[in-house]
Design a protein around this ligand. Sequence first.
Ligand code: FEO
Length: 389
Amino acid sequence: MFLTAQDTFYVGVNDHEIDLFEGIYKVPNGVAYNSYVIVDDKIAIMDAVDEEFGDIWIENIKKVLGGRKPDYIVVQHMEPDHSANTLRFVKEFPGAKIVGNNKTFVMLGEYFGTDFADCREVVTDGSVLSLGKHELHFVFAPMVHWPEVMVTYDAFTKTVFSADGFGKFGALDVEEPWEEEARRYYYGIVGKYGKQVEAALKKLSALEIENIYPLHGPALEDDIGHYLGLYSKWASYSPECEGVMIAYSSVYGHTAKAVQLLKNELKAQGCKNVLVHDLIRDDRSVCVADAFTYPVLVLATTTYNADIFPAMREFIDCLTERNYQKRTLAFIENGTWAPVAAKLMQAKFEKSVNITFAQTAVKIRSALSAESETAVKNLAKELTGKNHD
Ligand code: FEO
C-alpha cells in the first residue's frame, strides 16, 4: 500500500501467476488489479480485485484503515477482475454500501445471485457523492469497455479513476515503458469502441485533471496531456507514425522472400520505417496494435483450403472487428493453383470505412518470378509515392 493523491491509498495487487489475460492476451510481466481507498469523513474503496487476491486486498484495506470501516465500495466496472470480491467485501464490512448504476446492479445480480437491496447506492451520470472534502463525480463511460462502465472524478485531488481506460498490461513491480503495453491493451481490450472512448474523453475534457488512476497499470501523475493525446489518437483510429507494416504468413518461404524484397524496395524508395510481422510466430495482439500504429498495411499470404491461410484470416478478423479504418491496404498473394487469397482478403474489408486499396496487385505463382518481382517493386513505388517519410 502507498499514498497516491492526498488521502488516497493504493490497495491493489500484482498478479504474476496469470498467463493469459481475458484468456487471450499473453502477459509476460503479469498484470495489476488496481484498487484505492479514499479516506475522508466517509471512506470509499474504489473497485475490488480479481477473485483469488481477495485476502491480500482485504488485508491491504484493513492496514490503511486501522480500526475504521469503509462506507462505500464504488464499482466502476463489473468485469470480474475488478468486481469478483464485491460480495466478499460486503460480508467483511457490513454496513458499507455498493455504489453503482442500474446496469452495475443488474450484473451484480447475475454474478452473485442477489440484488444487494440493503446496501445499494444507485448513481446516475453526473451524480455526486460527498465523502467530506472529497467529492466523487460519476461520469458514465459506456462500452469503455462494458456497458455499465463509469469513471469517477475526485474534484478535491483532481483525480480521474478511469476504469479500464488508460490501462496497461504488466504488474506494477515491473519497470517497462508505458506506451507499448498500454497500446496493446487499448487495441486488444477497447479498440473496437473508439467512438465511445472519444465520447468519454469529451466528457473528461471539461475537467481539470492532475492524475489518472486506471484499473490496470501505473497511476499517471505527470504529463497527463501526453496520455490524453495518445488516447485521443487511438480512439480516432489515427496512425501514430509514418511507414509501412507488412504482415505475412509463408508456408515454404516463397511468400517470405517476396516480403523481404518488398521491405528492401520500400527502403530503397526512401521509406525509413518498415515493420515486418510473421503472423504465424509473432504475438497476435502485438501485430494488431502495430497494424493500428502504421498508416499503410501490406498483407501477404497464400491460398489454403480454397480460402485465406488461417493465421492471416484470423488476423484480418481481429482488425475488422476492431473497426480498422483510415488506412492504405495492399495485398500479396501466393498460390501454386487457384490462388484466391487476395480477392478474399479484400472482401473481408468491404464493411471497413476509409480504406484505400493499392492499385498494384502482386500475384506469385509458387515462387517469385521476373514478373512478380516487378510487381513487388511497383508496389513499393506506389506505396512510397503515397507515403513519403
Ligand atoms: Fe480489467 Fe474490462 O476489465
